[in-house]
Ligand binder design. Structure first.
Ligand code: COA
Length: 203
């Protein structure tokens, strides 16, 4: 076993870091692949969102100095990203950039009815199956409690069986499956399952 594998895992809130390095911003903006038609590929998502990360909505998992995964969350209408229209215009021009920005804002509004929402969860490929996502989720539950919520909600793609298994193991239950909602008729959203985890009862 390598030294890296045995070092203790640290989960830290992004806003507690003295500085934010680019590689972490890249990791965080690599999520939202389901919005690729609006936000483009990973490089493009980094250019659009990388400068507008709300670090108080990001948990980062570290071993030594290596960032191995993150969990992003949203509550009180503040999520991990607050981009303005400018980067969209810079990237795509006024018309197409403005339209994409509008669609992104609409997609963000879609989640407003959740109290505490798990916005994103990702572990780097080489660090998977070591319990890192499980540790991130446990800290997510703490964040939710500290912000006065008694449950955590999320959406997971119906085809993402691995993540569903993880969430079920961590006490989430299915609330409903949304094949196509009103927004899905306009935008290419995949079918998602809503899951919920109560924080007042044991998993
Ligand atoms: C889904 C994802 C976040 C899981 O991350 P992870 O760190 O591998 O998750 P964990 O290690 O906590 O648990 C995963 C599996 O490893 C097992 N495991 C946990 N700790 C372990 C350990 N120390 N040794 C061996 N296996 C372990 C778990 O039991 C689980 O097993 P299962 O897949 O058979 O159910 C990761 O695969 C990922 O980033 N996927 C791409 C992004 C994604 O799909 N995100 C979810 C969006 S909703």
């Amino acid at each position: 076993m390598t030294e890296t594998a045995t070092a203790p895992l640290r989960i830290v809130l992004g806003s507690s870091l003295p500085e934010h390095d680019d590689s972490i911003a890249r990791m965080i903006t690599s999520g939202r692949g389901s919005l690729a038609l609006i936000l483009g590929d990973e490089d493009c998502r980094y250019r659009l969102l990388g400068q507008s990360i709300n670090w108080d909505r990001i948990l980062i998992a570290y071993r030594d100095c290596a960032a191995l995964g993150y969990a992003a969350f949203k509550h009180h209408r503040r999520g991990p990203f607050s981009p303005g229209v400018r980067p969209f215009v810079r990237e795509f021009g006024w018309l197409r950039g403005g339209l994409r920005y509008l669609l992104f804002v609409i997609s963000e509004c879609r989640e407003w009815y959740y109290g505490f929402y798990l916005y994103g969860l990702r572990v780097t490929r080489q660090a998977r199956h070591q319990g890192i996502a499980t540790s991130l989720l446990s800290e997510i539950f703490n964040q939710a409690r500290q912000s006065g919520h008694d449950r955590v909600e999320l959406e997971v793609q119906v085809k993402n069986q691995r993540a569903q298994r993880l969430y079920t193991q961590q006490g989430f239950t299915r609330v409903r499956t949304t094949p196509v909602n009103w927004l899905g008729r306009l935008l290419p959203f995949p079918a998602v399952m809503n899951m919920r985890r109560s924080l007042t009862s044991l998993p």
